[in-house]
Design a protein around this ligand. Sequence first.
Ligand code: NAP
Length: 283
Amino acid sequence: MQNVTLNNGVEMPILGFGVYQIPPEQTERAVTDALAAGYRLLDTAAAYGNEEGVGRAIRNSGIPREELFVTTKLWIQDAPAQDNTRRAFETSLTKLGLDHLDLYLMHQPYADVYGQWRAMEELHREGRAKAIGVANFYPDRLVDLVVNNDITPAVNQIETHPFFQRTADQEVMRKHGVQIQSWGGFAEGRNNLFTHPLLSEIADKHGKSVAQVVLRWLIQRDIVAIPKSVHAERMAQNIAVFDFELSDHQMASIATLDTGASLFFDHRDPSVTEQFGARRLED
Ligand code: NAP
């Protein structure tokens, strides 16, 4: 597996397995299958409600902890954010059955972001989270966080797929040493991604699937990808992307698919802020 090196020296696989929308009762099996397929980066979140299943699959796999890269995410906390962030972190670790995380991400750029970040900085200094980062931060908010805090986020996990490519945002992240990670790399199949004519044509040329072309395109842009699937054969397909290369011409033709707009929710839209900003998790 190819790795990226984060801004604090931590090595992170460039391809992993995401578990958003996998129901809790299916998660242990799905993660067990993903580990058997060779995935070592697992991406979950307190808000997904399936950390326990991820933890059971890890324990039952027998894979040494140091060979795994486990990410979970902090949901929006009420004040006092520093205390509540620490409590949320401990709850996630208990559910996962782990004593440390490889990456802890702030899931949303809302509420007391600075209080949450200071608590995450402490957890990082204590060695409980080997790296800390954010998700869904647009460049203005990301740079504000960077310039006003001690620790620069190691990662920003954002919606990135052929229809929303984030090229300019990636440049800002590169400038500040923040690794871009794609969520929704397949746009969850929206816009008929898996049968898109241009992507299908490129896939046919390589004897690969559209899914593999999309993952290869992300990897060649130095973007960490975390495709989700509940099907073992797709998990195997999605990790078999290190034996071919897209040409410059193919990369350039995929670049023409960018619409520059989210297919899900734009975190700068006040109605999205209202919708997410008001949501709290039950422990
Ligand atoms: P995604 O990976 O873009 O798409 C998943 C969909 O693609 C599922 O419907 C899956 O179906 C299908 N699929 C997977 N492999 C396929 C293949 N080879 N051929 C055809 N269909 C295939 O969507 P996502 O789960 O939203 O994003 C990936 C991960 O990013 C999440 O799991 C989560 O870890 C993370 N994420 C983070 C945030 C955030 O706010 N930070 C938001 C969303 C997601 P089956 O499962 O039926 O195979």
